[in-house]
Design a protein around this ligand. Structure first.
Ligand SMILES: [Zn+2]
Length: 395
């Protein structure tokens, strides 16, 4: 008897991510920290429809859930017929929230820069603080402890903002692999009925270049989407009530919060020592990712002075602070030195690689999106019938 889709799905989830993690089982005050990423994914994918078939008006099946994976990560799974899953490790919310709490404690809360002295120099001192906590009591209790500490220190609202932006970026990155047709493409190329996107399987079908380009495409759309979402004012009263320096508009403040969120998140991923050592892997070095994200964010800012004030300066200071004041799984010092070790008239290594990666992205982006992704109402294909054999839709 053939296995039902439900059964295939359950087995694939168990095999690739581990047993399901139920947010209802954690202390009530910590629950929303786990439910939040799930809700972000569900909201992002709610409008997706099955593409390229007579039944294309049918909703595409997209599921988002938490799993007991020992690693701080997230992934996507794609399977026939027309189903995708965004999976988030139950380790990610507690690890990220803890790191955010440690970093915001070291920040000048009204400018979102690291603490500096009157001359503008970075304050360095005391023992370095670890971004990661020793695990004890399970993810739910860890989150409850961090929340209680944030409540005591008065940093809760700011930490919630930074946590929201960081986890939103993670979830949107995974959603973008689905929305941009990456998972659909790789699964069909492999001839599989079930694909584990983040797994080793894609190394058999993707060149390193294409693999890196897919990560970049997902990053690019995720980061610009998150920035746009934040600027749209949907964070509402929460942001209004966080005190900020008078020189910063709300949108300025949100840009700095996003930079801090991304840098904290990317420091949590273990990294190869050097840029060149990471070049052969499926993912770019986190430092290179951060530099590329900054370039993408710069596209939506008004002029170089704004880019410096809201992106480059915070990045430079936070990079220095992460090196001196914190201990993190990701060590970037060698990669940062390597990046700048170029002749005076040559751009940094990551700027050179940005030109290459945007070239690869340009080649692949539209092709994969137009042929392998679920359909979203209003995404342009619905009206033009591009790639759609079924034009007989009702008005
Ligand atoms: Zn990815």
């Amino acid at each position: 008897m053939p296995m039902t889709t439900e059964r295939v799905l359950k087995q694939a989830l168990q095999r690739n991510f581990g047993p399901a993690f139920d947010p209802a089982a954690v202390p009530e005050e910590a629950r929303f920290i786990f439910e939040h990423p799930q809700l972000i994914a569900e909201e992002a994918l709610a409008a997706a429809q099955v593409s390229g078939t007579a039944s294309r008006r049918a909703p595409y099946r997209l599921l988002a859930g938490l799993y007991d994976s020992p690693r701080v990560n997230a992934g996507t799974l794609d399977l026939d017929p027309a189903t995708s899953v965004v999976a988030i490790s139950s380790r990610l919310p507690p690890a990220l929230l803890h790191a955010v709490a440690v970093v915001t404690d070291q920040a000048d809360a009204v400018t979102l820069m690291p603490r500096r002295d009157k001359a503008g120099r970075l304050v360095v001192g005391g023992p370095r603080r670890a971004l990661t906590a020793r695990r004890s009591g399970g993810p739910g209790l860890e989150v409850a402890r961090t929340l209680a500490a944030l409540q005591r220190s008065g940093d809760l609202k700011l930490a919630m903002l930074v946590y929201d932006l960081a986890i939103r970026f993670v979830v949107m990155h995974e959603c973008m692999h689905i929305v941009m047709g990456h998972t659909g493409y790789v699964r069909r190329e492999l001839g599989l009925s079930v694909l584990m996107e983040m797994g080793a399987s894609r190394r058999n079908v993707l060149t390193t270049e294409l693999s890196l380009a897919l990560e970049f495409i997902a990053d690019r759309h995720a980061v610009r989407g998150v920035a746009q979402w934040a600027r749209s004012g949907r964070l509402g009263d929460n942001v209004e009530s966080i005190p900020r320096d008078p020189s910063l508009s709300q949108s300025d403040f949100l840009h700095r919060a996003l930079i801090l969120a991304l840098m904290t998140l990317l420091r949590l991923f273990p990294a190869r020592a050097s840029l060149s050592a990471a070049a052969g892997g499926s993912h770019p070095h986190p430092y290179a990712r951060m530099r590329w994200l900054a370039r993408e964010l710069s596209e939506d800012l008004d002029g170089h002075a704004e880019v410096v004030r809201l992106i480059l300066e915070p990045m430079a200071y936070w990079n220095a602070s992460f090196e001196r004041n914190f201990v993190s799984p990701g060590r970037w010092s060698a990669a940062m030195a390597e990046d700048q070790r170029v002749a005076a008239d040559v751009p940094p290594v990551t700027d050179q690689s940005y030109v290459l990666i945007t070239g690869h992205a340009k080649l692949w982006q539209t092709l994969l999106w137009s042929q392998y992704s679920p359909l979203f109402p209003g995404d342009g294909r619905d009206e033009s019938g591009w790639g759609e054999p079924d034009r007989g839709r009702q008005a």
